[in-house]
Design a protein around this ligand. Structure first.
Ligand SMILES: Cc1ncc(COP(=O)(O)O)c(C=O)c1O
Length: 273
């Protein structure tokens, strides 16, 4: 995986949430800005480590490569790459991946932190297993930690999945290209740098669109409710994020989607424009 990602170290953990939590624990309490258009663990990782969270639009300290599309990393210290396994990411910030069963690289559950130097390696290795450090056959507990160790069954699945990843992502890119060329909605751009974990469109009446697609036998998704609008957070002034959150629909995209199904999704969606 280190070679695949082109980084110096990979610290394997048991989820993307664990990866984000550990990465955020590396910094003294400070303000960390992020997007509200993500899965909630992006924000929780910040808050759980005593940081002040700031939801923003534009460049942020903890960007999410949403759907796998490389986003602006000019202010990043940590990147949420849960969707971006196989995306072409150029920066050298701390990167957190998810290998949840629905992700591009699927395990029963899993995650990883990619590092480009040695700076945080020992701390992360200790914190992922109850603060334990093994040196010269001796065990010491050097910090407070968690049990975030990746289990062997997940690791074996991940090794096999890694062999297929580029092939699977090529199939996702083909689907994304067809969606991009043929759908008649405001839609996700096409980029060869994207892993296409998700493919999104914006629709006027989401409930109606999703109900009609469901009647035609097509499951769609909603990624994501804007995090700042959840009760545990405070609503922020995010006009674009809220607009997207109110109108976004994600369409089927996975390596087993055959041409017939793809044609049917496109035709069905376009019948609802
Ligand atoms: C953007 C994003 N960040 C973090 C996570 C958390 O990953 P995990 O489910 O492996 O804990 C997810 C998972 O859905 C995600 O989509």
């Amino acid at each position: 995986m280190r070679d695949y990602l082109g980084c110096k170290h990979v610290v394997a953990v048991n989820s993307g949430t664990a990866a984000l939590h550990l990465a955020c624990s590396l910094f003294e309490p400070r303000t960390i800005s992020t997007t509200a258009n993500s899965f909630v663990s992006t924000a929780q990782a910040i808050v759980m480590n005593g940081h002040e969270i700031e939801f923003k639009e534009g460049p942020v300290n903890l960007p999410v490569h949403f759907g796998g599309m490389p986003s602006d990393t000019s202010e990043a210290i940590i990147e949420d790459c849960a969707h971006a396994m196989g995306s072409r990411l150029k920066s050298k910030n701390i990167k957190c991946f998810s290998f949840h069963a629905q992700k591009n690289l699927a395990m029963p559950n899993g995650g990883a932190i990619a590092l480009y130097d040695d700076e945080h390696l020992d701390e992360l290795r200790a914190k992922r297993w109850c603060g334990i450090e093994q040196k010269d056959g001796k065990r010491d507990v050097v910090s407070i930690g968690w049990n975030y160790v990746m289990n062997n069954v997940s690791a074996v699945c991940g090794i096999e999945q890694l062999r297929e990843l580029d092939n699977h992502n090529a199939k996702r890119r083909y689907i994304a290209l067809r969606y991009n060329q043929e759908l008649e909605f405001e839609r996700m751009p096409f980029s060869p740098d994207c892993s296409y974990h998700l493919y999104w469109i914006l629709v006027n009446d989401r409930d109606r669109f999703r109900a009609k697609m469901s009647e035609m036998g097509i499951e769609t998704g909603f990624h994501y409710p804007s995090i700042d609008r959840f009760s545990a957070f405070k609503e922020a002034n995010l006009p674009t994020t809220h607009y997207v959150s109110d109108h976004i629909v994600t369409l089927p995209i996975h390596p087993n989607l055959n041409k017939e199904d793809l044609d049917r999704v496109i035709k069905s969606a376009n019948s609802l424009v």
